[in-house]
Design a protein around this ligand. Structure first.
Ligand SMILES: [Zn+2]
Length: 391
Protein backbone atom coordinates (compact mmCIF):
# COMPACT_ATOMS: atom_id res chain seq x y z
CA UNK A 1 0.00 0.00 0.00
CA UNK A 2 1.47 3.39 -0.96
CA UNK A 3 1.97 5.79 1.90
CA UNK A 4 1.44 9.52 1.92
CA UNK A 5 4.68 11.41 2.39
CA UNK A 6 4.93 13.28 5.66
CA UNK A 7 3.76 16.88 5.28
CA UNK A 8 2.78 15.98 1.72
CA UNK A 9 -0.10 18.32 1.81
CA UNK A 10 -1.74 19.87 4.77
CA UNK A 11 -5.30 19.29 5.75
CA UNK A 12 -6.00 15.73 4.61
CA UNK A 13 -9.50 15.08 5.92
CA UNK A 14 -9.77 11.39 5.07
CA UNK A 15 -8.10 8.60 3.16
CA UNK A 16 -9.44 5.44 1.57
CA UNK A 17 -7.69 2.25 0.46
CA UNK A 18 -8.92 0.06 -2.40
CA UNK A 19 -7.85 -2.16 -5.30
CA UNK A 20 -7.86 -1.93 -9.06
CA UNK A 21 -10.74 -3.73 -10.71
CA UNK A 22 -11.28 -5.67 -13.94
CA UNK A 23 -14.52 -4.97 -15.79
CA UNK A 24 -16.00 -6.81 -18.80
CA UNK A 25 -19.33 -6.56 -20.55
CA UNK A 26 -21.65 -9.51 -21.12
CA UNK A 27 -24.23 -9.13 -23.85
CA UNK A 28 -27.02 -11.69 -23.81
CA UNK A 29 -29.01 -11.95 -27.02
CA UNK A 30 -32.58 -13.04 -26.31
CA UNK A 31 -34.18 -12.90 -29.75
CA UNK A 32 -33.65 -11.19 -33.08
CA UNK A 33 -36.14 -8.41 -32.39
CA UNK A 34 -35.29 -7.79 -28.77
CA UNK A 35 -32.73 -5.41 -27.38
CA UNK A 36 -29.95 -7.61 -25.90
CA UNK A 37 -29.49 -7.64 -22.09
CA UNK A 38 -26.28 -5.98 -20.98
CA UNK A 39 -24.55 -6.69 -17.71
CA UNK A 40 -21.12 -5.86 -16.37
CA UNK A 41 -18.84 -8.31 -14.60
CA UNK A 42 -16.33 -6.96 -12.14
CA UNK A 43 -13.57 -8.51 -10.06
CA UNK A 44 -11.12 -6.84 -7.67
CA UNK A 45 -7.37 -7.18 -8.31
CA UNK A 46 -5.79 -7.13 -4.81
CA UNK A 47 -2.24 -7.12 -6.19
CA UNK A 48 -2.85 -3.58 -7.48
CA UNK A 49 -3.69 -1.50 -4.45
CA UNK A 50 -4.89 2.10 -4.60
CA UNK A 51 -4.83 4.91 -2.07
CA UNK A 52 -7.11 7.94 -2.10
CA UNK A 53 -7.10 11.09 -0.02
CA UNK A 54 -9.26 14.13 0.27
CA UNK A 55 -7.92 17.58 1.04
CA UNK A 56 -9.54 20.99 0.89
CA UNK A 57 -9.20 22.68 -2.54
CA UNK A 58 -7.84 19.42 -4.03
CA UNK A 59 -10.97 17.29 -3.86
CA UNK A 60 -10.66 13.52 -3.96
CA UNK A 61 -7.26 12.48 -5.36
CA UNK A 62 -5.37 9.21 -5.92
CA UNK A 63 -1.91 8.94 -4.42
CA UNK A 64 1.02 7.24 -6.21
CA UNK A 65 3.53 4.88 -4.54
CA UNK A 66 6.02 7.72 -4.15
CA UNK A 67 3.45 9.83 -2.27
CA UNK A 68 2.65 12.34 -5.00
CA UNK A 69 -0.77 12.92 -6.58
CA UNK A 70 -1.26 10.38 -9.36
CA UNK A 71 -4.71 11.56 -10.42
CA UNK A 72 -6.63 14.56 -9.19
CA UNK A 73 -10.37 15.21 -9.44
CA UNK A 74 -11.62 11.61 -9.20
CA UNK A 75 -15.19 12.84 -8.60
CA UNK A 76 -15.21 14.92 -11.80
CA UNK A 77 -14.13 11.92 -13.85
CA UNK A 78 -16.62 9.58 -12.15
CA UNK A 79 -19.66 11.75 -12.87
CA UNK A 80 -18.70 12.24 -16.52
CA UNK A 81 -18.99 8.44 -17.11
CA UNK A 82 -22.77 8.21 -17.84
CA UNK A 83 -22.28 10.23 -21.05
CA UNK A 84 -19.28 8.21 -22.22
CA UNK A 85 -18.74 4.83 -23.91
CA UNK A 86 -18.31 1.65 -21.85
CA UNK A 87 -14.52 1.64 -22.31
CA UNK A 88 -14.28 4.75 -20.14
CA UNK A 89 -15.92 2.86 -17.25
CA UNK A 90 -13.43 0.01 -17.78
CA UNK A 91 -10.48 2.37 -17.56
CA UNK A 92 -11.97 4.22 -14.57
CA UNK A 93 -12.33 1.06 -12.47
CA UNK A 94 -8.88 -0.16 -13.58
CA UNK A 95 -7.42 3.11 -12.24
CA UNK A 96 -9.62 3.61 -9.20
CA UNK A 97 -11.36 0.35 -8.38
CA UNK A 98 -15.11 -0.19 -8.13
CA UNK A 99 -17.60 2.02 -6.26
CA UNK A 100 -18.16 -0.73 -3.69
CA UNK A 101 -15.92 -3.46 -2.24
CA UNK A 102 -16.18 -6.53 -4.49
CA UNK A 103 -14.98 -10.11 -4.62
CA UNK A 104 -11.38 -10.83 -5.65
CA UNK A 105 -11.99 -14.55 -6.28
CA UNK A 106 -14.56 -14.35 -9.10
CA UNK A 107 -16.49 -11.95 -11.33
CA UNK A 108 -19.58 -10.35 -9.79
CA UNK A 109 -22.42 -9.37 -12.14
CA UNK A 110 -24.10 -5.95 -12.15
CA UNK A 111 -27.01 -4.65 -14.14
CA UNK A 112 -25.63 -1.90 -16.40
CA UNK A 113 -28.70 0.29 -15.82
CA UNK A 114 -28.46 0.12 -12.01
CA UNK A 115 -24.77 0.96 -12.07
CA UNK A 116 -25.20 4.01 -14.27
CA UNK A 117 -28.26 5.01 -12.23
CA UNK A 118 -26.11 5.27 -9.10
CA UNK A 119 -23.43 7.32 -10.91
CA UNK A 120 -26.03 9.56 -12.54
CA UNK A 121 -27.50 10.23 -9.13
CA UNK A 122 -24.17 11.60 -7.83
CA UNK A 123 -23.89 13.61 -11.03
CA UNK A 124 -27.37 15.12 -10.60
CA UNK A 125 -26.58 16.00 -6.97
CA UNK A 126 -23.35 17.76 -7.97
CA UNK A 127 -25.06 19.51 -10.90
CA UNK A 128 -27.91 20.70 -8.69
CA UNK A 129 -25.43 22.03 -6.14
CA UNK A 130 -23.69 23.94 -8.92
CA UNK A 131 -26.95 25.17 -10.48
CA UNK A 132 -28.37 26.63 -7.24
CA UNK A 133 -25.10 28.42 -6.50
CA UNK A 134 -24.37 29.86 -9.94
CA UNK A 135 -24.65 33.63 -9.98
CA UNK A 136 -26.77 33.48 -13.14
CA UNK A 137 -29.31 30.74 -12.43
CA UNK A 138 -30.98 28.47 -14.98
CA UNK A 139 -34.33 27.68 -13.28
CA UNK A 140 -35.33 25.17 -15.95
CA UNK A 141 -32.23 23.15 -15.24
CA UNK A 142 -32.68 23.45 -11.47
CA UNK A 143 -36.29 22.24 -11.79
CA UNK A 144 -35.29 19.25 -13.96
CA UNK A 145 -32.50 18.21 -11.59
CA UNK A 146 -34.55 18.54 -8.42
CA UNK A 147 -37.47 16.58 -9.89
CA UNK A 148 -35.23 13.77 -11.14
CA UNK A 149 -33.64 13.43 -7.69
CA UNK A 150 -36.86 13.77 -5.67
CA UNK A 151 -38.73 11.20 -7.76
CA UNK A 152 -35.81 8.87 -8.57
CA UNK A 153 -36.62 5.16 -8.31
CA UNK A 154 -35.26 3.20 -5.34
CA UNK A 155 -32.22 1.07 -6.06
CA UNK A 156 -30.56 -1.59 -3.93
CA UNK A 157 -27.12 -3.01 -4.61
CA UNK A 158 -25.21 -5.74 -2.81
CA UNK A 159 -21.85 -7.36 -3.55
CA UNK A 160 -20.30 -10.51 -2.02
CA UNK A 161 -17.73 -8.37 -0.23
CA UNK A 162 -20.31 -6.00 1.32
CA UNK A 163 -21.78 -6.88 4.71
CA UNK A 164 -24.91 -4.79 4.11
CA UNK A 165 -26.97 -3.75 1.10
CA UNK A 166 -26.52 -0.30 -0.39
CA UNK A 167 -29.78 1.66 -0.69
CA UNK A 168 -30.00 4.76 -2.86
CA UNK A 169 -31.39 7.79 -1.03
CA UNK A 170 -35.14 7.48 -0.47
CA UNK A 171 -36.83 10.85 -0.02
CA UNK A 172 -39.53 10.67 2.67
CA UNK A 173 -41.62 13.08 0.62
CA UNK A 174 -42.31 10.32 -1.92
CA UNK A 175 -44.12 8.37 0.84
CA UNK A 176 -46.31 11.33 1.75
CA UNK A 177 -47.51 11.48 -1.84
CA UNK A 178 -48.62 7.85 -1.88
CA UNK A 179 -51.85 8.18 0.08
CA UNK A 180 -52.72 11.82 0.57
CA UNK A 181 -55.94 12.65 2.38
CA UNK A 182 -58.41 14.23 -0.05
CA UNK A 183 -61.04 14.84 2.64
CA UNK A 184 -61.17 18.58 3.40
CA UNK A 185 -60.84 19.77 7.03
CA UNK A 186 -64.12 21.07 8.53
CA UNK A 187 -63.22 24.76 8.36
CA UNK A 188 -62.44 24.32 4.62
CA UNK A 189 -65.82 22.71 4.06
CA UNK A 190 -67.46 25.79 5.54
CA UNK A 191 -65.30 28.00 3.30
CA UNK A 192 -66.31 25.93 0.26
CA UNK A 193 -69.94 26.49 1.20
CA UNK A 194 -69.59 30.26 1.69
CA UNK A 195 -67.16 31.34 -1.04
CA UNK A 196 -65.65 30.64 -4.50
CA UNK A 197 -62.05 30.63 -3.27
CA UNK A 198 -60.04 28.95 -0.55
CA UNK A 199 -57.73 31.50 1.08
CA UNK A 200 -54.42 29.71 1.63
CA UNK A 201 -51.58 30.78 3.93
CA UNK A 202 -48.67 28.84 2.46
CA UNK A 203 -44.89 29.18 2.56
CA UNK A 204 -44.68 30.72 -0.93
CA UNK A 205 -47.54 33.22 -0.89
CA UNK A 206 -49.50 34.71 1.98
CA UNK A 207 -53.23 34.82 1.23
CA UNK A 208 -53.22 32.76 -1.96
CA UNK A 209 -56.68 32.41 -3.49
CA UNK A 210 -57.32 28.93 -4.86
CA UNK A 211 -60.50 28.42 -6.86
CA UNK A 212 -62.77 25.86 -5.16
CA UNK A 213 -64.24 24.56 -8.41
CA UNK A 214 -60.75 24.09 -9.80
CA UNK A 215 -59.76 22.15 -6.66
CA UNK A 216 -62.82 19.93 -7.00
CA UNK A 217 -62.02 19.28 -10.68
CA UNK A 218 -58.45 18.24 -9.87
CA UNK A 219 -59.18 15.88 -6.96
CA UNK A 220 -62.22 14.34 -8.64
CA UNK A 221 -60.14 13.62 -11.76
CA UNK A 222 -62.72 15.15 -14.15
CA UNK A 223 -60.86 18.28 -15.21
CA UNK A 224 -60.51 19.10 -18.91
CA UNK A 225 -57.39 21.28 -18.35
CA UNK A 226 -54.37 19.44 -19.83
CA UNK A 227 -52.36 17.75 -17.08
CA UNK A 228 -54.94 18.28 -14.33
CA UNK A 229 -55.81 14.58 -14.31
CA UNK A 230 -52.12 13.67 -13.79
CA UNK A 231 -52.04 11.48 -10.67
CA UNK A 232 -48.95 13.12 -9.17
CA UNK A 233 -50.43 16.60 -9.59
CA UNK A 234 -53.65 15.37 -7.97
CA UNK A 235 -51.75 14.01 -4.93
CA UNK A 236 -49.72 17.22 -4.59
CA UNK A 237 -52.89 19.32 -4.77
CA UNK A 238 -54.52 17.15 -2.08
CA UNK A 239 -51.43 17.51 0.13
CA UNK A 240 -51.43 21.26 -0.48
CA UNK A 241 -54.98 21.57 0.84
CA UNK A 242 -54.77 19.12 3.72
CA UNK A 243 -51.28 18.31 4.83
CA UNK A 244 -49.86 20.24 7.76
CA UNK A 245 -46.55 18.31 7.75
CA UNK A 246 -43.16 19.44 8.97
CA UNK A 247 -41.51 22.54 7.60
CA UNK A 248 -39.52 20.73 4.86
CA UNK A 249 -42.42 18.73 3.45
CA UNK A 250 -44.69 21.78 3.61
CA UNK A 251 -42.14 23.79 1.63
CA UNK A 252 -41.82 21.02 -0.98
CA UNK A 253 -45.61 20.72 -1.35
CA UNK A 254 -46.12 24.48 -1.65
CA UNK A 255 -43.36 24.79 -4.24
CA UNK A 256 -44.53 21.80 -6.32
CA UNK A 257 -48.17 22.83 -6.19
CA UNK A 258 -47.51 26.40 -7.33
CA UNK A 259 -45.00 25.39 -10.00
CA UNK A 260 -47.24 22.73 -11.53
CA UNK A 261 -50.38 24.81 -11.12
CA UNK A 262 -49.05 28.15 -12.33
CA UNK A 263 -46.18 27.24 -14.70
CA UNK A 264 -47.40 23.88 -15.97
CA UNK A 265 -47.96 20.24 -15.03
CA UNK A 266 -45.14 17.89 -16.09
CA UNK A 267 -45.25 14.21 -17.00
CA UNK A 268 -42.88 11.58 -15.55
CA UNK A 269 -40.33 12.39 -18.28
CA UNK A 270 -40.58 16.08 -17.19
CA UNK A 271 -42.13 17.26 -20.44
CA UNK A 272 -45.11 19.64 -20.04
CA UNK A 273 -48.68 18.61 -20.88
CA UNK A 274 -49.17 22.02 -22.50
CA UNK A 275 -47.02 25.08 -23.18
CA UNK A 276 -45.57 26.28 -19.82
CA UNK A 277 -46.43 29.77 -18.64
CA UNK A 278 -43.27 31.25 -17.15
CA UNK A 279 -45.14 34.30 -15.86
CA UNK A 280 -46.03 31.94 -13.01
CA UNK A 281 -42.36 31.63 -12.06
CA UNK A 282 -42.28 34.58 -9.66
CA UNK A 283 -39.37 35.60 -7.44
CA UNK A 284 -41.17 33.95 -4.48
CA UNK A 285 -41.47 30.69 -6.42
CA UNK A 286 -37.82 30.87 -7.52
CA UNK A 287 -36.76 31.25 -3.90
CA UNK A 288 -38.93 28.25 -2.96
CA UNK A 289 -37.27 26.23 -5.76
CA UNK A 290 -33.82 27.01 -4.33
CA UNK A 291 -34.93 26.08 -0.80
CA UNK A 292 -36.43 22.78 -1.98
CA UNK A 293 -33.25 22.01 -3.94
CA UNK A 294 -31.21 22.48 -0.78
CA UNK A 295 -33.50 20.12 1.17
CA UNK A 296 -33.08 17.48 -1.54
CA UNK A 297 -29.29 17.89 -1.82
CA UNK A 298 -29.07 17.55 1.97
CA UNK A 299 -31.10 14.33 1.95
CA UNK A 300 -29.06 12.85 -0.92
CA UNK A 301 -25.76 13.53 0.85
CA UNK A 302 -26.94 12.50 4.34
CA UNK A 303 -28.23 9.18 3.01
CA UNK A 304 -24.76 8.38 1.69
CA UNK A 305 -22.76 9.25 4.78
CA UNK A 306 -23.69 6.03 6.61
CA UNK A 307 -20.48 4.32 5.41
CA UNK A 308 -18.24 6.93 7.04
CA UNK A 309 -16.98 6.47 10.60
CA UNK A 310 -14.95 8.75 12.85
CA UNK A 311 -11.70 7.16 14.08
CA UNK A 312 -9.07 8.60 16.34
CA UNK A 313 -5.54 8.73 14.90
CA UNK A 314 -3.35 7.77 17.88
CA UNK A 315 -0.04 8.63 16.15
CA UNK A 316 -1.05 12.20 15.43
CA UNK A 317 -3.49 12.41 18.36
CA UNK A 318 -6.04 13.89 15.98
CA UNK A 319 -9.45 13.07 14.54
CA UNK A 320 -9.76 11.25 11.19
CA UNK A 321 -12.32 9.28 9.19
CA UNK A 322 -12.71 5.76 7.89
CA UNK A 323 -14.59 5.43 4.60
CA UNK A 324 -16.20 2.10 3.55
CA UNK A 325 -16.32 2.54 -0.23
CA UNK A 326 -15.28 4.74 -3.14
CA UNK A 327 -18.94 5.81 -3.44
CA UNK A 328 -18.89 7.05 0.18
CA UNK A 329 -15.59 8.83 -0.53
CA UNK A 330 -17.22 10.53 -3.54
CA UNK A 331 -20.19 11.70 -1.43
CA UNK A 332 -17.88 12.70 1.40
CA UNK A 333 -15.98 14.93 -1.00
CA UNK A 334 -19.30 16.57 -1.99
CA UNK A 335 -20.14 16.91 1.70
CA UNK A 336 -16.96 18.97 2.22
CA UNK A 337 -17.49 21.13 -0.83
CA UNK A 338 -18.23 24.77 -0.13
CA UNK A 339 -20.41 25.71 -3.13
CA UNK A 340 -20.30 29.38 -2.25
CA UNK A 341 -16.59 29.24 -3.10
CA UNK A 342 -16.17 26.36 -5.54
CA UNK A 343 -18.44 24.66 -8.07
CA UNK A 344 -18.14 21.66 -10.40
CA UNK A 345 -18.74 22.61 -14.03
CA UNK A 346 -18.48 20.35 -17.08
CA UNK A 347 -15.53 20.93 -19.42
CA UNK A 348 -16.78 22.46 -22.69
CA UNK A 349 -14.45 20.32 -24.79
CA UNK A 350 -16.98 17.83 -26.25
CA UNK A 351 -14.33 15.08 -26.28
CA UNK A 352 -13.67 15.56 -22.56
CA UNK A 353 -16.84 16.50 -20.64
CA UNK A 354 -15.07 15.96 -17.31
CA UNK A 355 -16.42 17.99 -14.39
CA UNK A 356 -13.84 20.28 -12.78
CA UNK A 357 -13.72 22.58 -9.76
CA UNK A 358 -13.76 26.31 -10.40
CA UNK A 359 -14.24 29.36 -8.25
CA UNK A 360 -17.94 30.17 -7.99
CA UNK A 361 -17.25 33.75 -9.03
CA UNK A 362 -15.42 32.85 -12.25
CA UNK A 363 -17.91 32.61 -15.08
CA UNK A 364 -15.31 32.59 -17.86
CA UNK A 365 -13.38 29.36 -17.15
CA UNK A 366 -14.81 26.80 -19.57
CA UNK A 367 -12.17 24.09 -19.90
CA UNK A 368 -10.76 21.67 -17.32
CA UNK A 369 -7.19 22.15 -18.61
CA UNK A 370 -5.12 24.15 -21.09
CA UNK A 371 -4.88 20.94 -23.15
CA UNK A 372 -8.70 20.90 -23.59
CA UNK A 373 -8.74 24.61 -24.41
CA UNK A 374 -6.01 24.16 -27.05
CA UNK A 375 -7.75 21.15 -28.49
CA UNK A 376 -11.01 23.04 -29.04
CA UNK A 377 -9.11 25.99 -30.59
CA UNK A 378 -7.30 23.59 -32.95
CA UNK A 379 -10.52 21.79 -33.89
CA UNK A 380 -12.14 25.12 -34.70
CA UNK A 381 -9.14 26.17 -36.78
CA UNK A 382 -9.16 22.89 -38.75
CA UNK A 383 -12.92 23.10 -39.32
CA UNK A 384 -12.59 26.63 -40.62
CA UNK A 385 -9.68 25.64 -42.85
CA UNK A 386 -11.68 22.74 -44.31
CA UNK A 387 -14.61 25.05 -44.97
CA UNK A 388 -12.34 27.55 -46.73
CA UNK A 389 -10.74 24.82 -48.86
CA UNK A 390 -14.12 23.33 -49.67
CA UNK A 391 -15.33 26.59 -51.21
ZN1 LIG B 1 -11.49 18.83 -20.38
Amino acid sequence: MPKLKNNFFEGILFRYESYSCDCVEDVQHISKNEEPLRSYKLQALPSEDKLFAYAAQQGLVRIAKNGTIEESNILGRLISLPDKPFKELVSFVADNGFLFPISASNYETFDAGALYHIIRRIKNTVELMTAVNEIKKDYDQIFRLLMSLLFAPDFILKTDAMSEEYHCCHHPYADLLKNPNIELPDERKQEAFDKDYFTMQDTVYTNYQFSISEYNDIVSGYSTTPGYTDSRFKSITALYMNHAGNHSSRRITDFLFHYLHEVGVVKDDLSFYSKPDYRGLTSELKQAMLDVSKIIIGEEINANLAGIHPVYNIDKMSPSWKVDSLLCAAYFSIFYLNPELELYRPCQNPRCGKYFLVKATSTRVRYCSTACCNRVTQDRYRKKKREMEGK
